[in-house]
Write a protein that binds this ligand. Structure first.
Ligand code: FAD
Length: 310
């Protein structure tokens, strides 16, 4: 083989070597251009949903367009908002939420909502919102028309989950408090590192208030390590059953210490208790938890507290 210094030796440069060198100089930039374009293209195919600037961020308000809604129960609906990137997927850590801002009679009102399946939805942000009769922002949602804009910030939150350290999870949700709990279930149920048991108590006022029951029941059927127990404050009366055909075989009343003892994991180093619901429910669950030996996370929860209130 001709050594390189020989080729570059100008005394020995013949016309074929000159042509080869010239060809190389011409073709190398073209090859570089071709391969760098292909690499960029392949990279964008692998991550088509990661735009340079996500539609929303935690530091400033960004408007998203309301697209449509689906009714889930008499007072709850699933609201779809359009993300700026058609193939964008919002990266929302488990247990994190987005913040919404509206102006009502000129006064700023800010509330938090937990995105539903954010790591699966492409091009849209979905929120389940329960409307309260006196609720200002939740009522505002019900008046949205396709094309209306709403201001968002996020994701925000502090929930931390150490999956290798947790072997059993106890979950208590009330009403629309099921939304962060569903995020936790979606994240950890399908791919449990060390989870041996996940047990949920879901509290509602009436049978029609239970959100995502089909989804929860399907999960319980599919994953033997997951159990769900429903508790209703007002179970259907005989007249209701006659009318709707919906029987009730779950528990009745407010959540009791006995139910928590029966359905949830006991307090040990590798078990956690996660709670999300209205303040009255949360206080009651925390007081039962305390008397069952759970002893941390009772003030403002830190992300990694054994007992975490969303
Ligand atoms: C981290 C976090 C995540 C949340 N995620 C969701 C979610 O995914 N979906 C959702 O629907 N809500 C969620 N919420 C609750 C939400 O932020 C609002 O508090 C709720 O929509 C009520 O706001 P509002 O302006 O309609 O009611 P407000 O005007 O603030 O309250 C008016 C009245 O509404 C009733 N009310 C308000 N909140 C509750 C409640 N929690 N339980 C019972 N009665 C109540 C009371 O009667 C109250 O007096 C979340 C809250 C937090 C802190």
């Amino acid at each position: 083989m001709t050594p390189l210094y020989n080729i570059l030796d100008k005394d020995k440069l013949d016309w074929t070597t000159g042509l080869t060198l010239f060809g190389c100089l011409l073709i190398l930039p073209l090859l570089y251009q071709y391969f760098s374009r292909r690499y960029k293209c392949a990279a964008s195919l692998q991550h088509p949903f990661v735009p340079k600037q996500p539609s929303i961020n935690p530091n400033e308000w960004n408007d998203l367009e309301f697209m449509s809604k689906e009714t889930l129960s008499p007072d709850t609906a699933l609201y779809h908002f359009k993300l700026k990137g058609e193939r964008e997927m919002l990266k929302v850590p488990t247990g994190y939420y987005v913040t919404v801002r509206v102006f009502l009679d000129g006064k700023e009102e800010i509330r938090h909502y937990t995105p539903v399946h954010p790591n699966e939805n492409v091009g849209h942000l979905d929120l389940i919102v329960k409307t309260y009769i006196l609720g200002q922002v939740s009522k505002y949602f019900t008046h949205l028309k396709p094309g209306d804009k709403m201001s968002f910030k996020g994701p925000m939150g502090e929930f931390v989950y150490e999956d290798v350290q947790t072997t059993q999870l106890g979950l208590v949700a009330g009403g629309s408090g099921i939304t962060p709990i569903l995020q936790v279930l979606s994240e950890y149920m399908y791919n449990p590192e060390s989870l041996q048991r996940v047990s949920l108590i879901y509290l509602n006022e009436r049978i029609d208030d239970i959100l995502l029951k089909d989804e929860l029941d399907a999960m319980a059927q599919r994953y033997p390590q997951f159990q769900v127990h429903y508790v209703l404050h007002y179970p259907p009366t005989e007249a209701d059953v006659k009318c709707s055909g919906k029987h009730w075989d779950g528990d009745v009343g407010y959540i009791t210490k006995k139910e928590m003892e029966k359905y949830l994991p006991e307090c040990t180093d590798d078990h956690r208790l996660l709670i999300c619901g209205p303040p009255d429910m949360t206080d009651l669950v925390l007081s039962h938890a305390r008397s069952l030996g759970w002893n941390s996370g009772f003030q403002k929860s830190k992300g990694d507290c054994k007992v975490f209130v969303f």
